[in-house]
Design a protein. Structure first.
Length: 342
């Protein structure tokens, strides 16, 4: 039995079957890219390969952002800016706060933003954000520190390294080029989680965040400060997208879309001092890695009390009341479940 630890990761299951068996999780893809249309096609191809059903709003063709009426019926907005750093409709095309997007987030909306230069479109690095700023309040970002290539001596960033295993099982992001230019180096607010950080060790901007996850009481966002169309392989893009999408559905209460009946089961839940897990048929307990984390990404130690067949009893009497994540991984299968400690 492998030792179990924890992190704020979130989603994970890539296998031979489609992750999305129903269309009860409504997603709107907002295309905010007018520079490299092939990059949009690359991202849409990977999203389609996850089995996700989604609608598309082309902000560049429409010359506007979707309004609150158009957004409010969607559980998740995927806002894709690619490498476009001019006139993003994330900022209304005129570098102002998108009040409709803010209103959507205040309804409990989920937002996934990605692109190299959407911060550069409006701000000059370094720039610190504070309460009242969209980037601080909704993207969980305290500082826009620098950009690769522009601020690292002209080298570019060779890789991004996973720091929040609960979000993905893709440990390292590499590029179709030897290094990626104009990737943003950021610092999350204290309540947010750094998902990927620049590397390798010795790189001028190493350890700055290029992906941040932020869950507040009213909204939830994942921000990739890079263009995933530049990720080296289709399989890596598919892995990352599947993980992030499953993360969103985990918190939306729509896990059944992905896992159906054949899923990791936790009982009782809520729990007090211990709980049992029951594994699906694909997973064998003697080859399973268990990871327990807080939703902020803190890894936790815990004790396996008893193992029987495909079940294990886990002691949690040292945990304070709250929400936690339990991830089980065996070979190509990874499943996650929310647990509540009373």
């Amino acid at each position: 039995m492998k030792h179990a630890l924890i992190t704020i990761q979130l989603i994970f299951i890539i296998s031979s079957f489609s992750l999305y068996g129903q269309n009860s999780f409504n997603v709107l893809f907002v295309n905010d890219n007018s520079v490299f249309s092939n990059n949009t096609d690359t991202v849409l191809h990977a999203l389609n390969a996850t089995g996700l059903n989604f609608d598309i709003f082309d902000a560049r063709d429409s010359l506007r952002s979707p309004n609150i009426t158009e957004m409010v019926n969607y559980d998740l907005l995927i806002w894709y800016c690619s490498t476009d750093g001019v006139g993003n409709f994330l900022w209304n095309g005129n570098d102002t706060d998108n009040t409709d997007l803010m209103a959507y987030m205040e309804t409990g909306g989920y937002l996934w933003v990605m692109g190299n230069d959407f911060l550069y479109d409006r701000y000059a690095a370094p720039h610190n954000f504070s309460e009242g700023d969209f980037v601080y309040d909704y993207l969980g970002t305290w500082e826009y520190h620098a950009q690769s290539y522009g601020d690292d001596g002209g080298t570019g960033v060779a890789e991004l390294n996973l720091t929040a295993p609960a979000f993905s099982s893709l440990n390292t992001i590499q590029w179709i080029f030897p290094t990626a230019w104009w990737v943003d180096a950021c610092v999350p607010v204290s309540a947010a989680s750094s998902i990927y950080e620049m590397g390798p060790d010795g790189y001028a901007l190493a350890d700055y965040s290029s992906a941040i996850g932020y869950a507040s009481e009213s909204h939830f966002a994942v921000t990739l400060f890079f263009d995933p169309a530049l990720i080296i392989t289709f399989q890596d893009r598919l892995q990352l997208f599947s993980d992030i999408l499953n993360y969103f559905t985990l918190f939306s209460g729509n896990e059944e879309i992905y896992y159906g009946r054949n899923r990791l089961q936790v009982f009782p839940n809520p729990i007090k001092t211990s709980f049992s897990i029951s594994l699906p048929e694909e997973m064998h307990l003697d080859d399973v890695e268990l990871i327990l984390t807080t939703i902020q990404g803190k890894l936790l130690n815990y004790r396996i009390v008893e193992i029987t067949g495909k079940s294990a009893l886990i002691q949690t009497d040292h945990l304070i009341p709250g929400l936690y994540l339990l991830r089980a991984t065996s070979g190509e299968y990874t499943m996650t479940e929310k647990i509540i400690v009373d």
